[in-house]
Design a binder for this molecule. Structure first.
Ligand SMILES: *Cc1c(COP(=O)(O)O)cnc(C)c1O
Length: 370
């Protein structure tokens, strides 16, 4: 594609220059902000950045004060949306240490996303080091209790050029945002709207990578769901327009009366790390998990017959959200009487207990930062 990644493959490690912020938020203000941070509005004092150019490869790795980027108005990302991101969390353990959950899986997915978007892939160890260094310097920003520090690695195309081609320059960054417990008093079941007007992804497209463009394209469908009184949109496949794919930013699972689980197969959906972890947890408990196509019509029929017991959505931000109601243009149906189900809640607890270090970690998912 005209971009050489030789230098990338060479640089598997970079040392980060650490520059402490001179305008860190005073402690009292930070404590006040951590009381009820919500999601994605409060940010820590620092950020990680690494630069890429075609001739230097990845270079200038820094931990520095969080600040604005200088972007030329012709920077490629502003025109052709060459942008990818990740999302993972740091959790405070009861012993005061700090856990990351499967950061290697995020690093790998980031590499895959970069490759699909013709961007310079970032070596996985550099991704993990950037995340860890940021967590270390901003340790005081991680809420205790059921809160966590949401980490947002991202990469933008920074070449000043309006021609359409892969950029020759990139900025990789990591920012961090303290988040409260996503749901106060346990997760409330969500209502979802099956979109007939919009699809999210097609075979050969970018559905399986975490790029901002996918989200931009989903916002209208999400607005449509809200116009119909629902919390979230669920997308159907783009070919037959009948199989369930996923929500705008979460994967889905179905729970059947025989105790088995099913979830849509990989391909056009985003390969969620929560999805993968739930499959592993269920299988290790002897539960059958099928990765198979499941149609909206079948879902409606199984909910009516009682064959389907529960459905839930999953992702890093909310972990597991039970689905209480499904709305379509031809009416709506309830799942589990609109209540949160036992299987969803049990899996949620198992996963959260591992993340916070309250349960054994047989799969080696936890990486301790402290
Ligand atoms: C990030 C994301 C998910 C969930 O992935 P996790 O790794 O579990 O957080 C699901 N669907 C989409 C479209 C996403 O962008």
């Amino acid at each position: 594609m005209g971009v050489s990644f030789d230098k990338v493959d060479g640089a598997i490690w970079l040392d980060f220059d650490i520059h402490h912020s001179h305008h860190a938020v005073p402690e009292a203000e930070r404590v006040a902000k951590l009381k009820d941070p919500g999601f994605g509005r409060v940010f820590t004092d620092h950020m990680a950045t690494v630069r890429y150019s075609q001739d230097k490869g990845w270079h200038s790795a820094r931990i520095e004060a969080r600040s604005n980027f200088q972007l030329d108005p012709a920077a490629a990302v502003l025109h052709y949306a060459q942008e990818i991101f990740e999302g993972l969390k740091a959790y405070v353990r009861e012993d005061g240490g700090v856990n990351l959950f499967r950061p290697d899986a995020n690093a790998k997915r980031f590499w895959n996303s970069a490759t699909r978007m013709a961007m310079a892939p970032l070596p996985e160890p550099v991704f993990i080091e950037a995340v860890e260094q940021l967590v270390r310097i901003d340790r005081a920003w991680i809420p205790g209790g059921e809160g966590s520090l949401y980490l947002r690695p991202f990469m933008i195309a920074n070449e000043t050029f309006l021609g359409v081609k892969p950029s020759s320059e990139y900025i990789f960054g990591v920012i961090a945002s303290p988040v409260g417990s996503y749901f106060k008093g346990g997760p409330a079941p969500v209502s979802i709207y099956a979109s007939e007007n919009y699809t999210r992804a097609a075979v050969g497209g970018t559905g399986a990578v975490k790029c901002g463009g996918n989200y931009a394209a989903s916002l209208r469908a999400q607005a449509e769901a809200m116009d119909h009184g629902c919390d979230q949109v669920v997308f159907l496949d783009a070919v037959e327009r009948k199989y369930i794919e996923e929500l705008g930013g979460m994967n889905v699972f179905f729970v059947f009366e025989d105790g088995s689980l099913s979830t849509p197969p990989l391909g056009t959906i985003l390969p969620g790390i929560t999805r993968d972890s739930i499959i592993a947890l269920a299988k290790s408990a002897g539960v059958t998990v099928r990765e198979e196509l499941y149609s909206l019509d079948q879902w409606r029929a199984d909910a009516a017959s009682g064959k389907l017991k529960e459905a839930f959505a999953c992702g890093t931000a909310a972990v597991i959200s039970p689905i209480g109601k499904v709305r379509t243009t031809s009416g709506e149906f309830l799942i589990n009487g609109g209540e949160a189900g036992k299987v969803a809640m049990g899996l949620r607890k198992q996963l959260v207990d591992i993340q916070y270090g309250r349960a054994p970690d047989p799969q080696n998912w936890i990486r301790k930062v402290f």
